[in-house]
Design a protein around this ligand. Structure first.
Ligand code: GAR
Length: 219
């Protein structure tokens, strides 16, 4: 019997994307379990949401770790110990160590509130503000694999929204967030079904599980 996809969700603030993942699991649209919610911010809403759902939480701050290097090492250890299949950065404002990125190669996602590669870097609402100031007519969100280059890993999915004449960074962020809450659980479900194939910078969502394709090719 194959086990359910085990997730670690990393979040620093509000945790609405975490909530979308939990709701998708509850409603049966996502076949996965959140094994760990990890934060770098004490008493954030994401940790409250996780505790309310009875999920193991862990908060690893810079201060309590005695500096950034130790903090990143402790985060790495917590993720490895949790024995997760996929790490999901859902509003996490810390860049993980190269060791962690390599350990979870092709098994770590990030969601960013712009159509990458446009307006990479920074945390919401900066990318939304940058998009508005640039004058784009469409924006959206991107779910991508995490590599050592910030917001530049292979793209798994994007969703678009219009930019309206009277938008503010907040109103645009709200419209993008609606799409984030659908896109992120959908992508995780593709992983759960073993349907994500990565070829260099390109990713493909195949109809059959990748494992089965490999077995067929070999046999
Ligand atoms: C989301 O909009 C997410 O795309 C963004 O932070 C917000 C977190 O909201 N992430 C980034 O800006 C990453 N660079 P949430 O805590 O309610 O899920």
């Amino acid at each position: 019997m194959t086990r359910r996809l085990r997730l670690a969700v990393l979040a620093s603030g509000r945790g609405s994307n975490l909530q979308a993942i939990l709701d998708s699991i509850d409603s049966g649209r996502l076949d996965a379990e959140v094994a760990l919610v990890l934060s770098n911010t004490p008493r954030c809403l994401a940790l409250d949401r996780a505790s309310q759902a009875g999920i193991t939480t862990c908060c690893i701050t810079n201060k309590a770790s005695g500096g950034r290097a130790n903090q990143l090492a402790r985060i790495h250890d917590a993720l490895v110990k949790a024995d997760v299949d996929l790490v999901v950065n859902a509003g996490f404002n810390l860049i993980l160590s190269s060791v962690t990125v390599e350990h979870f190669q092709n098994r770590m996602l990030n969601i960013h509130p712009s159509l990458l590669p446009a307006f990479a870097g920074g945390m919401a609402p900066k990318p939304q503000r940058d998009a508005l100031e640039h004058g784009v007519k469409v924006s959206g969100c991107t779910v991508h694999l995490v590599t050592d280059e910030l917001d530049a890993g292979p793209i798994l999915a994007q969703a678009t929204v219009p930019v309206l004449d009277d938008d503010t960074p907040d109103s645009l962020a709200g419209r993008i967030l609606v799409e984030e809450h659908k896109t992120l659980p959908n992508v995780i479900q593709w992983f759960s079904e073993g349907r994500v194939r990565v070829e260099g910078r390109r990713t493909f969502i195949v109809p059959e599980p990748v494992r089965q394709q490999i077995a067929e090719a070999a046999g």
